[in-house]
Design a protein around this ligand. Structure first.
Ligand code: NAD
Ligand code: DAU
Length: 362
């Protein structure tokens, strides 16, 4: 059963927040390509946003951009009126840990107050739905494994893990999870939550590890590995995350959270070495790329290890990742090599050219 085939036919209007970002964009494209729903894309169009991946899709008359900042309660409420959704999938957030170290306030505004404004607007919308639409309405909150803190060498996060966020980013995401759960328990809002591990794939703004390393290597610049490079992340190809999101939005139990991970644990050092090896294959003339690897001062408060136990979403909903890490990485590298102009464009729009960020306190 594919994720698309289980989109209930009654779902005609979907509000995606953060649909101009990396994961939201992948979700919007999937909905436009593989379903006939109307997609309302609420995004403030921040530094990491880009719509070119969506504009290329010919059925984009079903894509409706709502340029709204969730900080603005009035505009957020208007967006709910305009979109009149059967399903809300909330991905909008400030998402980069390093930026949250340099300047946490925007994370509080978007991730906490933004989620609060959205929940209030959604609650009012849901209160006024017909009994039929009310029954099938869902609010899906998209969150991260980072809310559970940092693991030692053993064990995996699951749905029962304690919250223990340790960066300004993860603290604001944890707060938003708590708000969503509170709106369910107090007001009865029908919510589902997902907590996913590190995503990678095409169209990711080049500030996170994998695209940073690709672009540094392509430009023959030093490749920065924080600390000793032995921190571990559990990598998941973005299309697999989107499969999981659609399954949970459609079939997940109300009030439940689902952990999503690809059993793709790798040290950062290994990820960087894999990228260098693949670039040696595709850019043979500048090999070996691993000569560019440079160990730099660690990220303040750097979480040691994340890993996810995906048993619940697999056993309850039948989700399994389709891509292994190596396949996904090769596809990603080929995509970046073919889209260096896009990288230059989004870097210029954001006035961000790969400088080190998140070093406050070092
Ligand atoms: P991203 O930074 O690429 O995109 C986020 C989008 O949200 C941007 O387009 C931005 O403009 C928008 N946004 C931010 N604040 C907003 C506001 N106040 N009002 C309206 N729009 C706003 O992020 P991403 O990597 O696509 O992550 C999407 C979601 O998934 C986030 O909630 C993140 O916490 C979560 N998540 C990400 C990962 C990952 O590895 N990238 C893993 C697990 C969960
Ligand atoms: O776990 C899910 C989270 O994954 C998401 O919630 C976040 O939105 C997403 O940004 C990501 O957070 P991380 O901090 O794990 O991702 P990032 O790509 O920034 O870093 C991955 C690892 O690589 C981390 O251990 C820090 C390290 N790193 C990162 C950069 C940018 C480096 O060694 N060098 C770098 O230049």
């Amino acid at each position: 059963m594919t994720a698309e085939s289980i989109l209930s036919p009654e779902i005609k209007r979907v509000l995606i927040t953060g649909g101009a970002g990396f994961i939201g964009g992948c979700l919007v494209r999937r909905l436009l390509r593989n379903t006939d729903v109307d997609v309302f894309n609420l995004d403030k169009i921040g530094y990491a946003s880009d719509l070119s991946s969506i504009e290329n899709i010919s059925v984009s008359n079903r894509h409706h951009l709502l340029r709204v900042d969730l900080k603005d309660a009035v505009e957020t409420a208007k967006a709910l009126e305009i979109s009149n959704p059967d399903l809300v999938m909330h991905l909008a957030a400030e998402s980069h840990v390093d930026r949250s170290i340099d300047s946490p306030i925007g994370f509080l505004e978007s991730n906490i107050f933004g989620t609060y404004n959205l929940l209030e607007a959604v609650r009012s919308h849901w209160d006024n739905l017909s009994p039929e639409r009310k029954k099938r309405f869902r609010f899906h909150h998209i969150s991260t494994d980072e809310v559970f803190g940092s693991l030692g060498s053993k064990g995996r996060f699951n749905e029962k893990s304690q919250y223990d966020p340790r960066s300004p980013y993860s603290a604001t995401k944890a707060s938003s999870d708590h708000l969503v759960n509170a709106w369910h328990h107090t007001f009865g809002l029908p919510v589902v939550l997902t907590n996913c591990s590190n995503n990678f794939g095409p169209w990711q703004f080049p500030e996170k590890l994998i695209p940073v390393v690709i672009l540094k290597a392509v430009n023959l610049q030093p490749i920065p590995i924080y600390g000793d490079g032995l921190n571990v992340r559990d990598w998941l190809y973005v299309e697999d995350h989107v499969d999981a999101l659609l399954l949970v939005a459609n079939k997940g139990q109300v009030g439940q959270n689902y952990c999503v991970g690809g059993y793709g644990e790798r040290t950062n050092k290994l990820v960087v070495e894999n990228i260098c090896n693949l670039l040696d294959k595709y850019r043979h003339s500048s090999a070996p790329h691993d000569r560019l690897i440079t160990y730099v001062k660690d990220r303040p408060g750097h979480d040691q290890r994340y890993a996810i136990d995906s048993t619940r979403i697999t056993s309850e909903l039948g989700w399994e990742p389709k891509y292994n890490f190596e396949e996904g990485l090769e596809k990603t590298i080929i995509w970046y090599l073919n889209n260096l102009e896009w990288c230059a464009k989004v870097r210029e729009n954001a006035n961000y050219y790969g400088r080190r960020i998140g070093t406050v306190g070092l």
